[in-house]
Design a protein around this ligand. Structure first.
Ligand code: MN
Length: 231
């Protein structure tokens, strides 16, 4: 058996302090998981079940990379997020066992073509082109649980050109990491290499060509992304 053309390389993210890499299977994202961000998006924060969307695995971008300003948007946004790396798969995972399935954590940026996302939302259409476009998932090197534990609190901040735009605490997550893993695993079989972007705090805003965006999560280091000229 041959392939009709060469298969694409396996998307990967770096591991802090190691030459090994995490092979990325899927990137799950949760919407509106900090109350103040839900309000700024025009929605009431509540304990309605969380909702999910996905980015393609090959949307991942290395720390320190320059990415071109994406096409077909006039409102390209940053979103600082804690990223969970699933190391052990499972279905119907009880909440009290969720953390056993985590390999580690990383700092991420859920880059968003906000104008396309909001237009899709208004029209009841999928978010894919607003959220899952090329190079929409910068993710810093991942840290294993053996080194960082399970961060349930700690500062999450984002700056653009040194100016603070987002500043919150992981303890403000509406749905906690154990709850998210359990809920998601009742809908999809989680697999090693699945990433979960856990939602962004308030303060989302635009990026422009020439900007430098830095996301920091206490204990997990920083993620720097430079925005280049329009693609
Ligand atoms: Mn997000």
């Amino acid at each position: 058996m041959g392939y009709a053309f060469d298969p694409a390389p396996i998307p990967t993210i770096a591991i802090a302090g190691s030459n090994d890499r995490i092979p990325v299977r899927r990137i799950f994202c949760i919407g509106r998981n900090y109350a103040a961000h839900a309000r700024e998006m025009g929605k009431d924060p509540d304990r309605d079940p969380p909702f999910f969307f996905l980015k393609p695995a090959d949307a991942v971008v290395e720390d320190g990379a320059t990415i071109p300003y994406p096409p077909e948007t006039e409102n390209f946004h940053f979103e600082a997020e804690l990223v969970v790396v699933i190391g052990t798969g499972g279905t119907n995972i009880p909440e009290e066992q969720s953390l056993d399935h985590v390999w580690g954590y990383a700092v991420g940026n859920d880059l968003t073509r906000r104008d396309l996302q909001l237009k899709a939302r208004e029209q009841g259409r999928p978010w894919d082109l607003g959220k899952g476009f090329d190079r929409s998932a910068p993710i810093a090197p991942a840290h294993p649980v053996s080194a960082v534990g399970h961060p349930a609190s700690g500062a999450i901040t984002l700056t653009v050109n040194g100016e603070t735009k987002q500043q919150a605490d992981l303890a403000e997550l509406i749905w906690s990491v154990p709850e998210i893993i359990s809920i998601l695993s009742h809908s999809m079989e989680l697999m090693p290499g699945d990433l979960i972007m856990t939602g962004t705090p308030a303060g989302v805003g635009p990026l422009a060509p020439g900007d430098t965006c830095v996301v920091t999560v206490e204990g997990l280091g920083t993620l720097t992304t430079h925005i280049g000229p329009r693609a």
